[in-house]
Design a protein around this ligand. Structure first.
Ligand code: WQD
Length: 319
């Protein structure tokens, strides 16, 4: 009874691996180490593999058998929105092609439980302050499209051969559960602010003329530890006989503006921060916040950390 975590050496994946190991689950990680860091997973077995390569399916079938794998948490993917706009075909190959290989291997080896890492990016620019899972998904970038395609592939496998699957739509993930697992990719607002601080530069605010409480974009920031816990709740849910839903938002239900995030960093660190106001960034919705009623009632999961906890965890890790 082993859980295979793809992308398990990554920022989010390593949190999932550590929580699984801490609760006594047997774990094996598949990661190509292009972004992942092997030291994050300690002595957890690691199979270095790019899921999108020829031969990946057979290597996965072999891994399933060697480690007695019974369920999969699939996080391995490219996730930079801007990069996906520049390289849409590569994102399709990596994110969708990789999942196709994984699903083919799971079918062949009769591994029938999957938790799929999806994204709030599937919603695009919804016309509402809070989005629930029944909203129309109209992704506005190739990254979000690959995540929606992934959800549909998992659903097709469920219909085709009885895969038990759940897709988790991550909102804005930040923070760290352990100092050694801090996000090393400087690709999202919170790590970017801390990098600016370390370099003595002003962080940039992409627009302060949005129709929001202080004119800056509002997002739903969820602590990575809470997000990782949601994966364990989703795995347990897949063991249940009746499963009414297969898509869940993972957020806090609370929105924080860019200025609120910056002010929280200033307050936690005791540093003066005066941001530079820049023009709006293409593709940004003013407001993107999760309706989390489904995950709270069905998976009995709720975020336990707030924005202050998120920022404090990064500040402590950067020590
Ligand atoms: C957050 C807000 C920016 C940098 C991402 C990805 C994807 C998904 C959700 C998982 C926006 C503003 C940013 C800066 C700024 N998660 N900003 N100055 O675009 O909401 O979405 O998270 O799949 O990872 O889609 O995240 O961190 O880029 O931006 O003002 O230097 O901060 O405009 O409003 P985003 P982000």
């Amino acid at each position: 009874m082993t859980v295979l975590v793809t992308g398990g050496a990554g920022y989010i994946g390593s949190h999932v691996v550590r929580l699984l190991a801490n609760r006594g689950d047997a774990v094996v990680v598949v990661d190509d180490l292009s972004e992942g860091i092997a030291s994050r997973i300690g002595d957890t077995p690691l199979v270095q593999l790019d899921l999108a390569t020829v031969g990946a399916k057979d290597k996965l079938v072999e891994t399933f058998k060697n480690f007695d794998v019974t369920s999969v948490v699939h996080l391995a993917a490219r996730k930079k929105v801007g990069e996906s706009v520049e390289r849409p075909d590569w994102y399709q190959e990596q994110n969708v092609g990789g999942l196709e290989n994984l699903l083919a291997a799971m079918k062949e080896a009769s591994v029938d439980k999957l938790v799929f890492s999806s994204s709030a990016a599937t919603y695009g620019i919804p016309d509402a302050d809070q989005v629930n899972e029944d909203f129309d998904c109209k992704p506005i970038n190739p990254y979000g499209q690959t995540k929606l395609d992934g959800e549909h592939l998992a659903q097709a496998a469920a219909a085709d051969w009885g895969l038990r699957e759940v897709s988790l739509r991550y909102f804005n993930v930040a923070g760290t559960g352990w100092d050694d697992l801090v996000d090393t990719q400087i690709a999202n607002l919170v790590p970017i602010i801390f990098k600016s601080l370390a370099e003595g530069k002003a962080p940039k605010v992409f627009g302060n003329d949005w129709p929001t409480k202080d004119g800056t974009c509002v997002r739903d920031y969820v602590h990575v530890l809470d997000l990782a816990e949601a994966h364990l709740s989703a795995l347990d849910y897949l063991d249940g006989a009746e499963r009414e839903f297969d898509v869940f938002n993972v957020g806090t239900g609370e929105g924080s503006s860019v200025l609120e995030v910056i002010n929280t960093v200033a307050s936690v660190t005791g540093k003066e921060i005066t941001p530079d106001i820049e023009p709006r960034r293409a593709g940004d919705p003013a407001f993107l916040c999760a309706d989390v009623s489904r995950i709270e009632t069905v998976l009995h999961w709720r975020a336990r950390h707030n924005l202050q906890d998120i920022i404090a965890s990064v500040w402590k890790a950067l020590g």
